[in-house]
Design a binder for this molecule. Structure first.
Ligand code: FES
Ligand code: FES
Length: 151
């Protein structure tokens, strides 16, 4: 089936199979590999994207469900002026080790700071509770979010 969806502000068409996830479409058809596939079960958050502004696991959304909607991936957060402040903060604080979880954390953090510009620590932990990291122990990630919020 053919779907049309807007990704990072650009209209795309793709031929997908009926059960294909949005994550597969983004990575394998639209050449946007930023969203990562770690569990494909909605457990890790590495595939997080914004769908009409709402944070979703793109492995749990069908491409067909996203048809006609607006998707923003981690690639869409940086702009002409360079990295998004959240991306800069993650890099500066050393919140990135293997980096596999990072796109999901960055998207989830950007969404959090849009809703709550100055979140308390428990609000940050709650907002990012759907994102798993095997490397950092989360402290640097917390610092990155706080740095991004200050900016
Ligand atoms: S790959 Fe989607 S939640 Fe893990
Ligand atoms: S930096 Fe490796 S899983 Fe988070």
């Amino acid at each position: 089936m053919r779907v049309e969806l807007t990704v990072n502000g650009e209209l795309h068409e793709a031929d997908v199979w009926a059960g294909e996830s949005l994550l597969t479409t983004l990575r394998d058809r639209l050449e946007l590999p930023g969203s990562k596939n770690a569990c494909e079960q909605g457990e890790c958050g590495s595939c997080s994207v914004l769908l009409d502004g709402e944070l979703v696991c793109s492995c749990l959304v069908l491409a067909a469900q996203a048809a006609g909607h607006e998707v923003v991936t981690v690639e869409g957060l940086s702009g002409e002026n360079g990295l998004h402040p959240v991306q800069e903060a993650f890099a500066e604080t050393g919140a990135v080790q293997c980096g596999f979880c990072t796109p999901g954390f960055v998207v989830a953090t950007a969404e959090l700071l849009r809703r709550i510009p100055d979140p308390a620590e428990d609000e940050i932990r709650e907002a990012l509770s759907g994102n798993l990291c095997r490397c950092t122990g989360y402290q640097k990630i917390l610092e990155a979010v706080q740095l991004a919020a200050r900016r």
